[in-house]
Design a protein around this ligand. Structure first.
Ligand SMILES: [Zn+2]
Length: 374
């Protein structure tokens, strides 16, 4: 049996996409191939609620997820930095961030908050994350903790929740707690966009860590049910992400049923998924050597799903991943320079947003290969 809908509690859900064995943590790397091959795995069945239209992993078990010091999801890319700066600047302008406190709940290592604090020197930025290293520099503070009611100071101007809600088993309860802790304070939520995955056949974007798959409509529903109103929404990062801003005013809104449309989209995607996978297998089969560029979620999951296709090596600019092994596939991860001595015929670029940056790196290295942007 699958879990009931985490947004509306309905049990009438439609299972579509399924994965029998994906890594529990896709950003955890291993020192040896043997360790990587026996990494912890979990099951995913994408369930879409026939009532409200929310999509989630009906087999998710959050007790399996333990983030430790080996976990590393940094993307030290200029493209990503530019994206973060754009978001930060627009928040500074929209909320006139010249003073007061901005909280970043689930801030990870605080990369985004640090950028915001540099661009808005008048604010105090406080990041809260159980996995962070406690830090206090100028107007930037990291607190190693989970969010608790009473975490926020009276001068709070804005609360950020970036790439957190897709990991949380009970997203409406969590949003409700946040809203109660910061009534009438704007909350900025950023999550991946499931309709982008569906429309782009991005089968590598379903992972264990993400138990929730929000569309624009289901994100709005979750916020409204949690008591947020004045909701503004937009897609971002080339459509792969989306954000919403709202304020909790205590009035819990009604659910907007969107089941039929969401179930239709999930079904259509699931029917087309095999074709998308076969296409990638054919690209790999037609090449003497294929290397995957981007060994974060996308490259790690793709490598696991291409069992019998021959991907043995990956590229990632995160130095902490280099010369380590990716979970379950055992793909070895290298720095871009590795290509100088190990020419690959085909390079699969896992995220089109980084396409230009990767082509630039290849050209600087003098490496020529067939580049396929996924
Ligand atoms: Zn539902």
């Amino acid at each position: 049996m699958y879990r009931a809908c985490p947004v509306c509690n309905d049990t009438d859900t439609l299972p579509t996409v399924s994965r029998a064995r994906i890594p529990i943590l896709q950003n955890r790397v291993y020192d040896t191939r043997d360790e990587a091959l026996s990494a912890a795995s979990g099951r995913l069945t994408l369930c879409t609620c026939s009532r409200c239209g929310f999509s989630y992993n009906g087999e998710f078990d959050d007790s399996l997820i333990v983030y430790d010091k080996h976990y590393n999801n940094d993307v030290p890319s200029r493209t990503f930095e530019i994206y973060s700066e754009e978001i930060a600047r627009s928040l500074i302008e929209k909320f006139d961030l010249t003073s007061g406190t901005v909280y970043d709940v689930g801030c990870g290592k605080g990369t985004f908050l640090r950028i915001l604090c540099k661009l808005a020197p008048g604010i105090k930025g406080i990041g809260i994350d159980p996995s962070c290293t406690p830090t206090a520099e100028d107007n930037f503070t990291l607190v190693q903790d989970v969010f608790r009611p009473g975490s926020f100071q009276p001068d709070t101007k804005l609360v950020l929740l970036r790439h957190v809600l897709e990991h949380i088993t009970k997203p409406v309860d969590f949003l409700t707690e946040l809203g109660n802790a910061a009534p009438n304070i704007p909350l900025y939520v950023e999550v991946p966009e499931v309709d982008w995955i569906f429309e782009n056949g991005a089968f590598w974007d379903f992972c264990y860590e993400h138990c929730n798959y929000f569309s624009a409509k289901s994100l709005r529903n979750a916020l409204q049910l949690a008591g947020f109103s004045e909701i503004e929404q937009s897609s971002s990062f080339g459509g792969q992400y989306q954000w919403a801003i709202g304020k909790a005013n205590g009035a819990h809104g009604a659910l907007s049923p969107n089941g039929a449309e969401a179930v239709g989209a999930a079904k259509a995607y699931a029917q087309s998924e095999n074709v998308a996978m076969e296409k990638v297998r054919a690209i790999i089969a037609s090449s003497d050597s294929t290397v995957v560029w981007g060994m974060a979620t996308k490259g790690v999951i793709l490598s696991c799903l291409m069992e019998n296709a021959s991907i043995s090596d990956g590229i990632d600019i995160n130095a902490n991943k280099q010369e380590k092994f990716a979970p379950l596939s055992g793909v070895r991860i290298h720095a871009p320079e590795w290509l100088n001595h190990h020419p690959a015929q085909t390079i699969l670029v896992m995220n089109g947003n980084y396409g230009a940056e990767i082509r630039q790196t290849l050209s600087e290295l003098g490496v020529s290969a067939k580049v396929v942007v996924m």
